[in-house]
Design a protein around this ligand. Structure first.
Ligand SMILES: CC(C)(COP(=O)(O)OP(=O)(O)OC[C@H]1O[C@@H](n2cnc3c(N)ncnc32)[C@H](O)[C@@H]1OP(=O)(O)O)[C@@H](O)C(=O)NCCC(=O)NCCS
Length: 163
Protein backbone atom coordinates (compact mmCIF):
# COMPACT_ATOMS: atom_id res chain seq x y z
CA UNK A 1 0.00 0.00 0.00
CA UNK A 2 2.77 2.44 0.88
CA UNK A 3 4.24 2.01 -2.61
CA UNK A 4 1.45 4.34 -3.69
CA UNK A 5 1.96 6.90 -0.93
CA UNK A 6 2.61 10.47 -2.03
CA UNK A 7 3.42 13.36 0.32
CA UNK A 8 2.64 16.73 -1.21
CA UNK A 9 2.08 20.32 -0.03
CA UNK A 10 -1.38 21.22 1.26
CA UNK A 11 -3.74 23.02 -1.13
CA UNK A 12 -6.79 25.10 -0.23
CA UNK A 13 -8.98 22.35 -1.69
CA UNK A 14 -7.68 19.94 1.02
CA UNK A 15 -9.47 21.80 3.83
CA UNK A 16 -12.53 19.58 3.94
CA UNK A 17 -10.61 16.29 3.70
CA UNK A 18 -8.06 17.23 6.35
CA UNK A 19 -10.79 18.38 8.75
CA UNK A 20 -12.61 15.07 8.29
CA UNK A 21 -9.38 13.14 8.99
CA UNK A 22 -8.73 15.23 12.10
CA UNK A 23 -12.21 14.46 13.45
CA UNK A 24 -12.09 10.73 12.60
CA UNK A 25 -8.56 10.27 13.96
CA UNK A 26 -9.53 11.78 17.31
CA UNK A 27 -12.92 10.08 17.56
CA UNK A 28 -11.78 6.62 16.38
CA UNK A 29 -8.02 6.13 16.72
CA UNK A 30 -7.43 8.20 19.86
CA UNK A 31 -10.09 6.10 21.63
CA UNK A 32 -7.22 3.71 22.39
CA UNK A 33 -5.85 6.22 24.92
CA UNK A 34 -8.51 8.88 25.67
CA UNK A 35 -12.01 8.73 27.10
CA UNK A 36 -15.11 9.80 25.18
CA UNK A 37 -15.29 12.94 27.33
CA UNK A 38 -11.69 13.84 26.48
CA UNK A 39 -12.20 13.20 22.76
CA UNK A 40 -15.35 15.35 22.67
CA UNK A 41 -13.47 18.16 24.41
CA UNK A 42 -10.63 17.74 21.88
CA UNK A 43 -13.00 17.74 18.88
CA UNK A 44 -16.51 19.03 19.64
CA UNK A 45 -19.33 17.96 17.37
CA UNK A 46 -19.55 21.29 15.54
CA UNK A 47 -21.03 21.37 12.02
CA UNK A 48 -18.44 21.53 9.25
CA UNK A 49 -19.95 24.77 7.94
CA UNK A 50 -19.13 26.43 11.28
CA UNK A 51 -15.52 25.26 11.55
CA UNK A 52 -14.28 25.03 7.97
CA UNK A 53 -13.22 28.64 7.34
CA UNK A 54 -11.24 28.83 10.56
CA UNK A 55 -9.73 25.41 9.87
CA UNK A 56 -8.67 26.38 6.34
CA UNK A 57 -7.06 29.58 7.64
CA UNK A 58 -5.09 27.65 10.28
CA UNK A 59 -3.90 25.06 7.75
CA UNK A 60 -2.73 27.75 5.35
CA UNK A 61 -0.95 29.73 8.10
CA UNK A 62 1.76 27.09 8.55
CA UNK A 63 3.56 24.76 6.19
CA UNK A 64 1.23 21.78 5.83
CA UNK A 65 1.65 18.52 3.91
CA UNK A 66 -0.89 15.89 3.05
CA UNK A 67 -0.42 12.15 2.51
CA UNK A 68 -2.22 10.84 -0.55
CA UNK A 69 -3.00 7.27 -1.55
CA UNK A 70 -4.91 6.54 -4.77
CA UNK A 71 -5.84 10.22 -5.11
CA UNK A 72 -7.36 10.32 -1.60
CA UNK A 73 -5.96 12.39 1.25
CA UNK A 74 -5.34 9.97 4.15
CA UNK A 75 -3.27 12.10 6.55
CA UNK A 76 -1.59 15.42 7.16
CA UNK A 77 0.98 17.20 9.27
CA UNK A 78 2.48 20.65 9.59
CA UNK A 79 5.51 22.64 10.68
CA UNK A 80 5.91 26.26 11.70
CA UNK A 81 9.24 26.88 10.00
CA UNK A 82 9.87 29.95 12.18
CA UNK A 83 9.62 28.13 15.50
CA UNK A 84 10.07 24.44 14.66
CA UNK A 85 6.70 23.60 16.20
CA UNK A 86 4.79 20.66 14.74
CA UNK A 87 1.16 21.22 15.71
CA UNK A 88 -0.70 18.46 13.94
CA UNK A 89 -0.19 14.85 12.83
CA UNK A 90 -3.34 12.97 11.92
CA UNK A 91 -3.97 9.86 9.83
CA UNK A 92 -7.35 8.48 8.89
CA UNK A 93 -8.16 5.35 10.94
CA UNK A 94 -8.67 3.34 7.74
CA UNK A 95 -5.06 4.06 6.72
CA UNK A 96 -3.51 3.67 10.18
CA UNK A 97 -0.53 1.61 11.32
CA UNK A 98 0.95 1.29 7.84
CA UNK A 99 3.63 3.95 8.07
CA UNK A 100 1.72 7.00 6.82
CA UNK A 101 2.34 8.89 10.07
CA UNK A 102 6.03 8.01 9.90
CA UNK A 103 6.30 9.22 6.31
CA UNK A 104 4.75 12.53 7.35
CA UNK A 105 7.21 12.91 10.24
CA UNK A 106 10.11 12.24 7.86
CA UNK A 107 8.80 15.02 5.62
CA UNK A 108 8.72 17.44 8.56
CA UNK A 109 12.27 16.53 9.60
CA UNK A 110 13.56 16.88 6.04
CA UNK A 111 12.01 20.34 5.81
CA UNK A 112 13.30 21.33 9.26
CA UNK A 113 16.84 20.36 8.25
CA UNK A 114 16.59 22.16 4.93
CA UNK A 115 15.68 25.44 6.66
CA UNK A 116 18.38 24.75 9.30
CA UNK A 117 16.11 24.57 12.32
CA UNK A 118 17.91 23.51 15.51
CA UNK A 119 14.99 21.47 16.83
CA UNK A 120 11.42 20.36 16.23
CA UNK A 121 8.93 20.25 19.12
CA UNK A 122 5.48 18.75 19.44
CA UNK A 123 2.84 18.15 22.08
CA UNK A 124 2.36 14.47 21.33
CA UNK A 125 -0.77 12.54 22.24
CA UNK A 126 -0.37 9.19 23.94
CA UNK A 127 -1.18 7.57 20.61
CA UNK A 128 1.46 9.50 18.74
CA UNK A 129 4.23 9.36 21.37
CA UNK A 130 5.67 5.96 20.27
CA UNK A 131 5.69 7.09 16.65
CA UNK A 132 7.67 10.23 17.46
CA UNK A 133 10.04 8.20 19.67
CA UNK A 134 10.82 5.94 16.73
CA UNK A 135 12.00 9.00 14.83
CA UNK A 136 14.30 10.21 17.61
CA UNK A 137 12.05 12.58 19.56
CA UNK A 138 12.45 12.49 23.34
CA UNK A 139 9.98 13.45 26.05
CA UNK A 140 10.74 16.82 27.64
CA UNK A 141 7.82 16.64 30.07
CA UNK A 142 4.45 15.01 30.53
CA UNK A 143 1.59 17.47 30.92
CA UNK A 144 -2.15 17.85 31.06
CA UNK A 145 -3.75 20.52 28.91
CA UNK A 146 -7.24 21.84 29.47
CA UNK A 147 -9.68 21.77 26.57
CA UNK A 148 -13.20 23.04 27.25
CA UNK A 149 -12.83 22.28 30.95
CA UNK A 150 -11.49 18.74 30.44
CA UNK A 151 -7.88 17.68 31.14
CA UNK A 152 -6.09 15.82 28.34
CA UNK A 153 -2.69 14.18 28.90
CA UNK A 154 0.08 14.55 26.34
CA UNK A 155 3.85 14.94 26.27
CA UNK A 156 6.03 17.79 25.12
CA UNK A 157 8.62 16.11 22.90
CA UNK A 158 11.69 17.45 21.17
CA UNK A 159 13.97 16.34 18.38
CA UNK A 160 17.33 18.08 18.30
CA UNK A 161 18.70 18.33 14.78
CA UNK A 162 22.37 18.07 13.91
CA UNK A 163 24.11 21.36 13.33
C1 LIG B 1 -0.59 9.07 15.68
C2 LIG B 1 -0.97 8.78 14.23
C3 LIG B 1 -0.83 10.03 13.39
C4 LIG B 1 -0.02 7.71 13.69
O1 LIG B 1 -0.33 7.46 12.31
P1 LIG B 1 0.01 6.05 11.64
O2 LIG B 1 -0.07 6.23 10.17
O3 LIG B 1 -0.80 4.98 12.27
O4 LIG B 1 1.55 5.92 12.06
P2 LIG B 1 2.60 4.76 11.76
O5 LIG B 1 1.96 3.69 10.92
O6 LIG B 1 3.84 5.39 11.26
O7 LIG B 1 2.89 4.22 13.24
C5 LIG B 1 1.95 3.38 13.86
C6 LIG B 1 2.06 3.51 15.37
O8 LIG B 1 1.14 4.51 15.86
C7 LIG B 1 0.52 4.08 17.08
N1 LIG B 1 -0.88 3.78 16.75
C8 LIG B 1 -1.50 4.00 15.56
N2 LIG B 1 -2.79 3.60 15.63
C9 LIG B 1 -2.98 3.13 16.87
C10 LIG B 1 -4.10 2.57 17.54
N3 LIG B 1 -5.28 2.40 16.91
N4 LIG B 1 -3.96 2.17 18.81
C11 LIG B 1 -2.78 2.30 19.43
N5 LIG B 1 -1.67 2.83 18.87
C12 LIG B 1 -1.78 3.24 17.59
C13 LIG B 1 1.27 2.80 17.45
O9 LIG B 1 2.41 3.16 18.20
C14 LIG B 1 1.66 2.26 16.08
O10 LIG B 1 2.74 1.37 16.13
P3 LIG B 1 2.42 -0.22 16.11
O11 LIG B 1 1.44 -0.44 14.99
O12 LIG B 1 3.77 -0.85 15.88
O13 LIG B 1 1.83 -0.51 17.46
C15 LIG B 1 -2.43 8.25 14.13
O14 LIG B 1 -2.53 7.09 14.94
C16 LIG B 1 -3.49 9.23 14.58
O15 LIG B 1 -3.96 10.04 13.79
N6 LIG B 1 -3.89 9.14 15.88
C17 LIG B 1 -4.99 9.88 16.43
C18 LIG B 1 -4.73 11.38 16.50
C19 LIG B 1 -3.49 11.73 17.27
O16 LIG B 1 -3.29 11.30 18.40
N7 LIG B 1 -2.65 12.56 16.62
C20 LIG B 1 -1.43 13.03 17.19
C21 LIG B 1 -1.61 14.39 17.80
S1 LIG B 1 -0.03 14.98 18.39
Amino acid sequence: MLDDLLIRPYRDTDARATRAIFERAVRVTAAAHYTAEQRTAWVPDDPLAVVLDDWAARRAAVTTWVAVIDDSVVGFTDLDVETGYLDMLFVDPDAGRRGVGSALIRQVLDQARSVELREVTVQASRTAQPVFERHGFVVVREQRVERRGVLIENAVMRMVLDA
